[in-house]
Design a protein. Sequence first.
Length: 88
Amino acid sequence: MDEPELVKGCTFPSQVEAAFQNFAIHIAIFTPTYADSEWCLNELIHMIKSEATILPVFYNVEPCELLWTRKDGRGAYFETLRRHEEKT
């Protein structure tokens, strides 16, 4: 849950990072533009690192589109995830 003192566009605040360790379940809502958001990708990384259960919700996107690669070598998120991985 976002707090009012968190400013959109700022670097990933440490208090948010720490909060991911306090939850037993995370909900990731995947949309066609989810991977375009650096903030969303950072949150997803922290969800994964927390080792808590992640409940995925797919909104206007098929689960197979989130795969790093499909048989055809591309998914909807492929290029964005590739660029994000190069930065980190």
